[in-house]
Design a protein around this ligand. Sequence first.
Ligand code: PLP
Length: 384
Amino acid sequence: MNKRIFLSPPHLNSSVQEFLTNVFESNYVAPVGFAIDGFESDIAQKVKCHSVAALNSGTSAIHLALVLLNVGSQDSVLVQTNTHIGGVNPIVYQGASPVFVDSEKDTWNMCPIFLEEAIKDQIKKKKKPKAIILVHIYGMPAKMFEIIEVASKYEIPIIEDAAESLGSKYRNQHTGTFGIMGVYSFNGNKIITTGGGGALVSNNQELIERAIFLSTHSRGEGPHYQHTSLGFNYRLSNVLAGIGRGQMEVLDERVSSLRTNFKKYVGFFEKWNAKGFNIQFQIEQEDMFSNRWLTTILVDPKTNYGLQREDLRLALEKENIESRPLWKPMHLQPVFEKNKFYGARVAEELFEIGLCLPSGSNLGDEEFQRIFMAINKVMNFALE
Ligand SMILES: *Cc1c(COP(=O)(O)O)cnc(C)c1O
């Protein structure tokens, strides 16, 4: 059997090892130390924001953002339905209710029109949403200008879930730095990894200081352990911060490899589209720069000789190549069955016909040949 090609595997670089050696030699392997400080300032410099808290996951970063905004059991939080559940569960951890908003067709992110509809209706029900969690899905920036306009009109703070979009920009500003707080993830499948980790960023230093306090069991001053508020064990380990420092050095390189992957896929499918297929991509709109974390395609059987997304996925799987349907919308997940949803069928249709293709920054020519060969077979079959 051929070696498996994964959707988005880790891609380590040699300086990771140097940072790790330093960490081990110092014996600072707990969630405290110089690598954490260094990693936080690397991130702050890169995305140009004031303060950063390095945490043990993107999910815990979202959770702390909600705690910092005092989201509690009577509250509702608006979040786009087309996302990963890690950005939604923390709302429930706080006892609050996620209210889901559909996507628009251009970026596949939160639709500003449905957003306003949701806000108006929730206000009418005397449940003004406490926050908006905005996602830049697969690395594609959301329509920031329109979203911020709606959010400011109703004075609702935005938490940016930039877990998938580190390195992406809107009007030359990094995603994650528009909202009152932003979140990155360094999980194993993300553009760079610490093997598991996350960060909360903000231009408000007080919020970030508070986040770090909360992430270390809210331990106060004094020789004993003094706790005046509820805390969490969410700080990043110094070992993992060492990996992160090494990975930050190659972030730009990774973005450029992922963008090259995207171009290769576009070139490949354009040849098929010239033969009457209509494979579609997630398109950068004006002022948007995507890190192209995952290359994703839409395969509508109605305009592709009956070819289905699943035909492609299964053909790839047969060659030991991983691909995956787009995120299943949260409002269709059994766990959120009872939650309110505002929108139409945009995210649902994306889920029905969308596929994430292998998108690792370490994909070589040989891997691309295998992927293209597997796809060629099904495309030819559909043409016959
Ligand atoms: C990965 C991801 C998360 C969760 O991050 P973890 O570090 O895995 O906890 C949250 N939101 C989105 C959009 C993600 O892709």
